[in-house]
Design a binder for this molecule. Sequence first.
Ligand code: C2E
Ligand code: MG
Ligand code: MG
Ligand code: MG
Length: 287
Amino acid sequence: AAKRDGRGCARIFNRSMALLLEQRENLRRSLRTALERGELYLEYQPLVRPHSSVVGFEALLRWRHPEIGIIPPSVFIPIAEADGLMDEIGRWVLEEACRQATTWPSALTVAVNLSPVQFLSGSLTDTVAQIVDSVGIRAERLELEITETVLLEQTTDNLDTLNTLNVLGIRISLDDFGTHYSSLGYLKNFPFDSLKIDQYFVDELETDWKSQTIVRSIIGLAHGLGISVTAEGVETRGQAQWLIEHDCDRLQGHFLGRPMGGEATLDFIKRTPLEPVLAWEDEIGRS
Ligand code: C2E
Ligand code: MG
Ligand code: MG
Ligand code: MG
């Protein structure tokens, strides 16, 4: 019986594997035309500075698939990367995000995530410079978010690329800090303006002394090096309060605002120049 069960499991496993592969193949095929069909779009999530207000937004990519519905980037970006589509998609994201930002008040920044694949073409700095120029946005308003995977590969080339972007005035953020192979050497050698503490450490800030110790240390380390700190995935008032008390420079997460479409972002900006943010901050101050 055990043997038969085992074979049963293997059969089910194979069938679901086959289904998964087929789904992936279907996604891969429709992703090739998604860009031209206008199925890709961006949402924008607010970045908030304590004692001030919304200081910018992070652009987050979405795919509105005609049959499946909205597919998150964690599902389709790896496919795009494996399929050689991410360079073109990444260029579209940059341009679209910069264009959108020109409709916002000029003090607001826009952050764009870069795929490691975009570093491979060797033309990233040219592409970025050309987009900034043609869209007509100040380079200082653009922030590029990279993960440590970029730093692992082709280190000297990628260092050159980041330095060139930095000279252009574009800001560089190290995303998901602490979850990969965090090497302190990166902080010494690469020109980061800001470091984003991953949600993994923010989640248990209210109860876990280890998370608190790690976040406190990251903030101290970054500030010592002249790098600002953004906390990701802030979901509760308690987390926000803790982070503000510990000198975190920017907060991002559902407690501050969810990712929104372009129109909703404009409404958010109109509705929220100062008041709501200050309102919750006042509440924190009083509590
Ligand atoms: P990320 O850059 O670390 O972005 C933060 C992710 O956390 C986003 O997920 C965002 O929606 C989510 N998030 C924000 N606040 C909260 C919160 O309070 N709670 C929870 N549970 N989640 C929160 P999303 O949009 O699904 O993106 C996932 C990842 O996909 C991004 O992580 C980024 O690495 C990648 N990505 C998104 N857009 C792009 C893009 O245009 N290009 C590239 N290369 N990667 C992108
Ligand atoms: Mg990011
Ligand atoms: Mg992140
Ligand atoms: Mg993350």
